[in-house]
Each structure stands twice: as structure tokens, then as C-alpha cells.
Design a protein around this ligand. Structure first.
Ligand SMILES: Nc1ncnc2c1ncn2[C@@H]1O[C@H](COP(=O)(O)OP(=O)(O)O)[C@@H](O)[C@H]1O
Ligand SMILES: CC(C)(COP(=O)(O)O)[C@@H](O)C(=O)NCCC(=O)O
Length: 406
């Protein structure tokens, strides 16, 4: 490959040759997330006598007739520390925002793109200078909530429970969605009580989140990337590192206070009594203990906040989860254990894209928003992959969808 080209250049999915009608960004502490809608110019509109999408949309305004725009919602991620890859990707695709602007001559015509997350502020000048894009900033919490509400209502089988290796999809009753606790596990963790569309309060947070897992993991195991660390955690045994109740109580349960001998009494606690150096421990075991410690802690704090407000459902999002069985199992067990089965942990297929989806939905100057705001996006269930992100950082996913306008 030509070393002057970015990793993504020349490696585009054929679907991306379609026009990008609308794009939004969520640039977080660790990852930059993109959501964009593409359609095939030749066959995008149905039921409008072969006219162009723009014309059909324009014609449908103010009339009772229905325009249907067929296309795909695409999802893509980049490491924030490699923001240049993200810029190169946007540069390499045909950006046709609002149905009337082409990004062929950056600098000559400013294009506005909705953006959220800290990077929307940090990289404002970079986007403007390199791509001629004005980042139109949206509040991160507003976007997380809007994205979660939209996905839960519009995407079939978006939410699921995970217990004992079993994934069980939950049908969301639109009339019985609120209230719930939304826990976004990104670099740090935000906990938001959601009571309706745009009706929410950030009730808590913790700095011990995904960045902590990846940061400490990198230090302690010398892993070079996040996936490697996750993979290691699969193979490890945390009992070598963690001090269990049984280690303290001579192998027995402490049943009087409901603790079994296998419960972790102290994460990483066994290390203090061993005369070992870090090299004497297996990276797998360290990764496993770390993942359990962080996941357990988030599960417990989430439950406590759910209890504060009498919330029974806790939806977990953010890329820390990565549909990882062990992470989801640990969080579910923690919520179940602490709530004595009263509260439920739920996960989202598009876990890491809540903010980007919310930013996408917040666009107010493009035709697509006008199409989307009143109508649901109906996806074909068969087109969803079981895992939102399947390991590969640059792996992307798309949902076939129809956008209706009446
Ligand atoms: N490929 C990856 N590279 C880095 N971190 C990853 C990756 N995949 C998952 N993660 C985890 O996801 C977290 C970031 O989640 P995300 O929801 O994108 O938050 P943020 O908005 O802070 O970037 C990281 O801190 C890390 O724990
Ligand atoms: C500051 C943040 C909202 C930024 O979001 P992120 O990039 O981590 O997704 C988040 O990291 C956070 O909520 N941190 C926890 C801060 C606290 O409540 O202690």
C-alpha cells in the first residue's frame, strides 16, 4: 500500500460510493464515532415517478403524499489520537450534505456538520482548516439521550439482556420506556436519569471507566491495543490476583452477610501477600482482574443510582462494553446481586454510537432531518449484525433503512 495514503484510503466499502446525505460526529476522549446516511442516487426514492430524492422530498413538503428515501445508516469509528485518519476518511467519501453541497473544494464553501463530545471543541480549527467543515456543536448529554431514545424506539431488537452467556432481546414498548437510567461507559462514565425525550438529568458519574481499563491494562500488560487486552481477559483467571472471601475465611462462605467464598473481597488484594514481581504474573490474569474490577464497580454504582430514583431498568452504552460477554456478564451479575433481582441491566446493539446518533438526529438544516423528525427509521432485521462492532476498529456496520416523509 502507498505509505502516503491513510489506512482508510482505497479501502472503502462499495456502499460508500453512494452519496453521503448527512453525517454527524461524536469525538470522545478515546474514540471518534461517525454516523452517516448514504443512498444510491439511482434508486433512492420510491413512489415518486423516478424523480430525484431532493425533488421528491421538496414535493412532499406540505403535501399529504409520502416520499420514501432508501439508504443505509453507516457507523464508523477511529481512535481520537489518530484523528487524521478520520479526516482522511471524510475527505475520501462523497459528502453531499443537505442534498446540495459537494465537498470537492474544501475551503471554498463551508459545510456544517453536527458534532458532539469534547473533540467537537478541541478539533474545531482542524476540521475547518483541513476540510472546510464547521463543526456545529451539540451537547454531549443531550445527544446521548436523544441517540438512546431514538435507537430504542426505532431499531428492532436494539436492547438485550445478557446473563450466563445468553443474550435475550427485549421488545421495547414505546409507551413503557421511561423512566430509565442510561449509563454511558466511555473514557469516563456518565449516569443519566431519562424520563422522556429531552427530559433527563445527569445524576452521577465516575472517572473509573473505559479509559481506566485501557490505561491501566496498557501499563500492566504491555498490550498494544484494546482488542488484545480484551482477548487476554478471556483467557485469564482473576483468582490469582484478586483476594476472595474464601481466601480470608479459610475457604468458607461468609453466609451471615450473604457472601460466598468465591466473591471477590478485594480486587488485586492477593498481590500484597505474594512475594512476586509484575513479570511473575500472567498478563491474562491481570487483564481479567482489571476487567472484573472496573465492570463490577460500574455495575454497583449504577445500581445505587437506580435505587436513588427507583429506576428498574439500566441501559448500558459506550464502547467500553464492546459486546464483550465477560464485561456484560459481570455488569449484569453486579446489578442483579445488589438489587436482589429487582433491577435489570440492558445492553444496546449500537452501544458506542448513542452520542453520534443523537447528533445526527439533531441536524436542523438538512432535508434528511426534516424527513427523519416525524418518522421512524424502519430497518430490515436481517441486516443487523449480532455484534455492533466486531472487533475491528475500522470495521464498520450499516443498517439498511427507509426514511419516510409524509
Ligand atoms: N479500539 C479501541 N481503542 C480504544 N479504546 C477502545 C476501543 N474499543 C473499545 N474501547 C474502549 O472504549 C472506551 C471509549 O468508549 P467511547 O464510548 O467511545 O468513549 P469516548 O467518547 O470517551 O471516546 C475506551 O476508553 C476503551 O475502554
Ligand atoms: C467528561 C465526560 C462526560 C466525557 O465523556 P467521554 O469522552 O468519556 O465519553 C466523561 O468522561 C465523564 O462523565 N467522566 C466522569 C466524570 C465524573 O463524574 O467524575
Amino acid at each position: 500500500m502507498d505509505p502516503r495514503k491513510s489506512e482508510n484510503e482505497g479501502n472503502l466499502d462499495p456502499d460508500q460510493s453512494g452519496l453521503i446525505y448527512q453525517m454527524a460526529l461524536d469525538i470522545g476522549g478515546s474514540l471518534a464515532k461517525l454516523v452517516y446516511f448514504t443512498y444510491d442516487e439511482d434508486c433512492a426514492i420510491e413512489g415518486k415517478d423516478g424523480m430525484s430524492p431532493e425533488k421528491a422530498v421538496a414535493k412532499s413538503k406540505g403535501s399529504k403524499s409520502c416520499a420514501v428515501l432508501r439508504g443505509k445508516l453507516n457507523f464508523k469509528i477511529f481512535e481520537t489520537s489518530k484523528i487524521n485518519d478520520c479526516l482522511e476518511f471524510i475527505k475520501s467519501v462523497k459528502l453531499r450534505l443537505g442534498g446540495c453541497q459537494r465537498q470537492e473544494n474544501p475551503g471554498s464553501q463551508a459545510i456544517a456538520v453536527k458534532a458532539t463530545g469534547g473533540g467537537a471543541y478541541k478539533y474545531t480549527d482542524l476540521f475547518k482548516e483541513r476540510l472546510g467543515i464547521n463543526l456545529d456543536k451539540e451537547d454531549e448529554m443531550d445527544c446521548l439521550v436523544a441517540g438512546a431514545n431514538f435507537l430504542l424506539k426505532a431499531v428492532h431488537q436494539e436492547a438485550y439482556t445478557y446473563m450466563g452467556g445468553q443474550k435475550q432481546f427485549m421488545d421495547v414498548d414505546h409507551n413503557d420506556l421511561y423512566p430509565y437510567l442510561l449509563v454511558s461507559i466511555g473514557s469516563g462514565v456518565s449516569m443519566i436519569k431519562v424520563e422522556g425525550d429531552g427530559k433527563f438529568e445527569r445524576v452521577s458519574g465516575t472517572s473509573i471507566g473505559g479509559g481506566t481499563f485501557w490505561g491501566l491494562g496498557k501499563l500492566l500488560t504491555k498490550c498494544k491495543n484494546f482488542d488484545e487486552l480484551l482477548e487476554l481477559s478471556y483467557q485469564g483467571n482473576n483468582r490469582v490476583i484478586d483476594m476472595l472471601v474464601g481466601d480470608i475465611y479459610g475457604g468458607t462462605d461468609y453466609s451471615k452477610i450473604g457472601l460466598s467464598s468465591t466473591t471477590i473481597a478485594s480486587s488485586f488484594g492477593k498481590v500484597i501477600s505474594n512475594d512476586k514481581e509484575i513479570e511473575d504474573y500472567k498478563a491474562e490474569d491481570i487483564a481479567r482482574s482489571l476487567l472484573r474490577m472496573i465492570s463490577n464497580n460500574i455495575g454497583q454504582i449504577s445500581y445505587l443510582n437506580a435505587l436513588r430514583f427507583g429506576l428498574k431498568r439500566i441501559f448500558f452504552g459506550g464502547f467500553f462494553i464492546r459486546s464483550h460477554p465477560f464485561t456484560m456478564d459481570t455488569i449484569s451479575v453486579a446489578v442483579n446481586f445488589w438489587s436482589k433481582g429487582e433491577a435489570k441491566a440492558l445492553f444496546l446493539q449500537h452501544e458506542g454510537f448513542l452520542g453520534a446518533m443523537g447528533a445526527f438526529m439533531s441536524s436542523d438544516q438538512h432535508e434528511l432531518k426534516k424527513l427523519l423528525e416525524n418518522k421512524a427509521v424502519h430497518q430490515q432485521a436481517s441486516s443487523i449484525k449480532a455484534c455492533a462492532i466486531a472487533g475491528d476498529l475500522h470495521g464498520d456496520e450499516s443498517i439498511e433503512c427507509c426514511v419516510y416523509s409524509v
